[in-house]
Design a protein around this ligand. Structure first.
Ligand code: MG
Length: 400
């Protein structure tokens, strides 16, 4: 699986073929930046999008993948029309996305779709033995145990794209897992770090979308503001690196320069640092085990007078505590947490509920949804729909 890149031979057949699920989003477009900067190393083999068919068509015209897929079937006709002069297969629907992910020509599948929709195509790609450049959080949050088993069974591997998990991955490179004792997961603290609990009662969608360091999609930006994102990352870290939640410490580091750390049994701590630019972890996920030369300026530490670290505030950000509760309970509880949070974020973005209602609502759904102890993939799919139904019912009383 860990075929090295051929850094000197840039013949067509030695290129690594990259399928990007969610190519029009923030991670998708930055992945295409890396591919266009390194035409001798990578080729985009598959591009998929949820609904932005116009950008997908423009990307296809530039990168000439063999297949493009649009999730929403109503955009198939205009997309086909836009690409009718090119030798590109144009498909539509969720099943076509999963099928495209598993195509024999793909070496690596970048899973950059938003939300629960990332799960099934990722499962398909794992079963086809692909390397997964994992950017979709919900895959491991919802189905960490199932995915971990599948990776072993189908000789597939995950190289994380998320900056924190990439930092942990890099800190563990060349180390023995048994000698690592703790993960220190850093969090920027989001736009509301310095606000009081009372201030949070009245924050707007616009305020929540104003992330201090990272430019990301709307869903993950809201999750960052509520710190749900860090809760999800803790759950992902448990599955990716086999650490118990109690051995994952969350530390708020507002400058987002130290992307996470690992502590070892001798008391030594390794950290990975860099500018807050997702193209750094993306390029490692595409190139691993090789590193790709970056054309961008590197980090100038002298510009940063202070790198600071502080404890997270669980009272202000209850969703972080609920993430620990969900993973400690296990079974389908993280799946329920994720479903409830998807509905909470959508309702908040639509200005239907308040920011502070999100954790109350999520906790209520977690208490109401039926618990399943050791769910298989099918039971998780069912748990997700049941949790969404309960969420749709429960959200009514929060609507403003
Ligand atoms: Mg992150």
């Amino acid at each position: 699986m860990t075929r090295r890149l051929n850094l000197t031979n840039t013949m067509e057949e030695s290129k690594r073929n990259i399928a990007i699920l969610g190519s029009t989003g923030s991670i998708g477009t930055q992945t295409l930046d890396i591919i266009s900067e390194n035409p001798g190393l990578f080729k985009a083999s598959v591009l998929t999008a949820a609904r932005n068919w116009e950008l997908l068509a423009a990307q296809a015209r530039k990168f000439l993948p063999s297949v493009v897929v649009i999730a929403r079937e109503e955009f198939l006709a205009p997309l086909r029309e836009a690409l009718s002069d090119l030798p590109i297969k144009v498909w539509a629907g969720a099943e076509a996305i999963a099928e495209a992910a598993a195509l024999p020509e793909n070496d690596t599948v970048v899973t950059a779709m938003v939300g629960y929709s990332g799960l099934i195509p990722t499962v398909k790609a794992i079963k086809a033995g692909k390397r997964i450049a994992l950017a979709n959080k919900e895959t491991l949050v919802v189905a960490g145990e199932v995915i971990t088993k599948l990776l072993a069974e189908y000789d597939s591997e995950i190289v994380p794209v998320d900056s924190e998990h990439s930092a942990i991955f890099q800190s563990l490179m060349g180390e023995q897992r048994s000698q690592a004792s703790k993960i220190i997961l850093t969090a920027s603290g989001g736009p509301f770090r310095t606000k009081s609990l009372a201030d949070l009662e009245n924050v707007s969608v616009k305020d929540a979308l104003r992330h201090p360091n990272w430019s990301m999609g709307a869903k993950v930006t809201i999750d960052s503001a509520s710190m749900m994102n860090k809760g999800f990352e803790m759950i992902e870290a448990k599955w990716l690196f086999d650490f118990e939640p109690k051995d994952i410490e969350i530390v708020v580091h507002p400058q987002s320069i130290v992307h996470s750390m690992v502590e070892f049994i001798d008391g030594s701590i390794k950290a990975q640092l860099g500018t807050p630019d997702m193209r750094i972890p993306i390029s490692l996920a595409l190139g691993y085990p090789d590193r790709i030369k970056s054309p961008r300026p590197s980090l100038t530490l002298g510009q940063y007078a202070n790198l600071t670290f502080e404890k997270p505030d669980y009272e202000k950000f209850p969703l972080l505590g609920l993430a620990f509760e969900a993973i400690n309970k296990g079974g389908n509880m993280p799946c329920i947490l994720n479903a409830a949070n998807e509905r909470a974020v959508a309702a908040f973005l639509a200005e239907k509920i308040r920011f502070v209602d999100m954790p109350r609502f999520v906790e209520e759904v977690m208490q109401a949804a039926p618990f399943v102890d050791a769910p298989d993939l099918q039971q998780l799919v069912k748990s997700n729909s049941i949790a969404l139904e309960i969420a749709d019912e429960k959200i009514k009383k929060y609507i403003i």
